[in-house]
Design a protein around this ligand. Structure first.
Ligand code: BGC
Length: 500
């Protein structure tokens, strides 16, 4: 017999009033309990500096590659907007804190703008105003009982470093370490969870592969591989820096945030699913989280043989020595995961993408199920089951690491009655519960993207992800709670996912 959780709850509450109700069986109790997150589960919300701060050249801040890209090429943004002011969180961060407090989150994941700390990219330009701003933000969060979780890099490289080749120049490893050092030094006493990079796959393929996003460098098949290589090494160097100079004093943790879809095959081709996973997530996580280290073998083999065929003397995928593999392996205390959607995958019938490129090397075609509901964003289909399957894949592939879901969200036109967002969040939260309870996946936290409507990169202000509405054209930029903010508050208050 199927017993719904709501009827069980009814039975339980009726039980207080009469002798007519039979005691719950163990299975029924478990069913009820399985709708509840563990007591120490962390709920949060996320943003990124460039998308919310505005004040793009105030108080000493230097330009980032995104400032540069949207100013020089307004045509790349759908509504030709920019983030010069946006929700203006640099000045209005207290309104964000009120919104966060309103939903009752345990943590706030925000990013630090590198060019607000080092306007010219390196420590010679250290900006005291930048340090002051984040100090105040961190203090106010803590005063309000909200744990700060800091992303060091969320797409916005100082433009000066881009003039030196940006993330494709190996020297970036030293620059990043120097930047991280200043963050640890000034904020490490209060920030206990650090994320080095947000979504390297996305900013390397789009920024240096096909060049559609900042810094608009089009070097497909080469630039994205150098970028990832340098990012992974910067991450590892930062991890060791923290262990050596700060861990003893501050006892924080260091992770990295990766974006991934889960892939399905209509023909149950598990090799193909694995190939798709390795080419997207594994590219960055195999070196850091696998027991053997290094890039996924499938990528090493394909890209080496493609490179030979192209007449190149070396592989476009940088070579990692045994020592480098060992150095990078294990350099994360937690696995930050951004999950939005999934895809069907099939082997490509004809060569994909530009030759060479990541698309060409991976050689796969992707599809969606027409039954999947689509958000305002063209790429965003709701596939909650994909999150559970992805969590299981991570569990099996990387020995069940601690996972924090650092982003998950839904886009629309900004309506306050955002019932589709509620449905999306509810369905995904349920899958996380199942992953924890049924699959023993080590998921410790979850952050909604995003607490407020903000600048959605190439989509400008045409797609909204916030739990709070912000009209960026208004003078006060009030943060207005949407229905989903109330929904999320209820989830956090009760630790349960409401049935409706
Ligand atoms: C990024 C966010 C972005 C969101 C929605 C994530 O990939 O980290 O910056 O706004 O997706 O597109």
């Amino acid at each position: 017999m199927q017993v719904s959780i709501s009827s069980l709850l009814l039975i339980m509450s009726c039980g207080l009033f009469g002798p007519f109700v039979e005691p719950l069986t163990i299975v029924e109790k478990e069913l009820i309990e399985s709708n509840r997150f563990p007591d120490d589960f962390l709920f949060g919300a996320a943003t990124a500096a460039f998308q919310i701060e505005g004040a793009w050249k105030e108080d000493g801040k230097g330009p980032s590659i995104w400032d540069q890209a949207v100013h020089e090429h307004p045509e790349i943004v759908d509504d030709r907007s920019n983030a010069d002011v946006g929700p203006n969180s640099y000045h209005l961060f207290e309104k964000d804190i009120i919104a966060l407090k309103d939903t009752g989150v345990n943590f706030y994941r925000f990013s630090i703008s590198w060019s607000r700390i080092f306007p010219d990219g390196d420590v010679s330009s250290l900006n005291a105003n930048g340090i002051k701003y984040y100090n105040i933000l961190i203090d106010k969060l803590i005063e309000n009982g909200i744990e700060p979780m800091v992303t060091m890099y969320h797409y916005d490289l100082p433009q000066n470093l881009q003039y030196l080749g940006g993330l494709t120049n190996p020297k970036i490893i030293d620059y990043f370490k120097e930047y991280a050092n200043i963050l640890f030094l000034h904020f490490g006493d209060r920030v206990k969870r650090w994320i080095t990079f947000n979504e390297p796959f996305d900013f390397c393929t789009e920024g240096y592969g096909d060049g559609i996003a900042a810094p608009l460098v089009r070097t497909p098949g080469v630039g994205e591989y150098y970028c990832i290589d340098n990012v992974i090494k910067s991450h590892a160097a930062t991890y060791y820096l923290y262990q050596k100079d700060y861990k003893g004093r501050f006892d924080g943790t260091i992770g990295i945030t990766l974006s991934s879809r889960f892939f399905y095959s209509l023909t149950n081709d598990t090799d193909l699913v694995d190939r798709a996973m390795q080419y997207q997530l594994g590219w960055i996580t195999h070196p850091i989280f696998s027991s053997s280290g290094g890039y996924p073998p499938v990528m090493i083999e394909d890209i080496a043989s493609n490179s030979v065929r192209e007449g190149r003397p070396w592989s476009r995928l940088p070579y990692m020595t045994h020592a480098q593999k060992n150095y990078i392996r294990g350099t994360a205390d937690f696995f930050g995961l951004n999950y939005y959607t999934s895809r069907f995958v099939k082997a490509a019938g004809k060569p994909q993408g530009h030759n060479p490129s990541w698309e060409h090397d991976s050689n796969m075609e992707y599809d969606v199920d027409p039954k999947w509901k689509r958000a305002k964003s063209k790429w965003l289909y709701s596939v909650p089951q994909g999150l559970r399957d992805l969590l299981r894949w991570i569990r099996d592939e990387y020995n069940n690491p601690e996972v924090i879901i650092t982003e998950n969200g839904w886009s629309d036109n900004g309506e306050v009655e955002d019932v589709d967002r509620i449905e999306y969040l509810r369905d995904h939260l349920r899958q996380i519960l199942l992953a924890i309870k049924e699959d023993s996946c080590n998921v410790q936290g979850y952050a909604v993207w995003s607490i407020i409507d903000n600048f959605e990169w190439l989509r400008g202000y045409t797609e909204k992800f916030g739990l709070f509405r912000v009209d960026v054209d208004s003078s006060d930029k009030e943060r207005v709670p949407k229905r989903s903010a109330n929904f999320y508050r209820r989830v956090i208050e009760t630790g349960e996912v409401p049935q409706q």
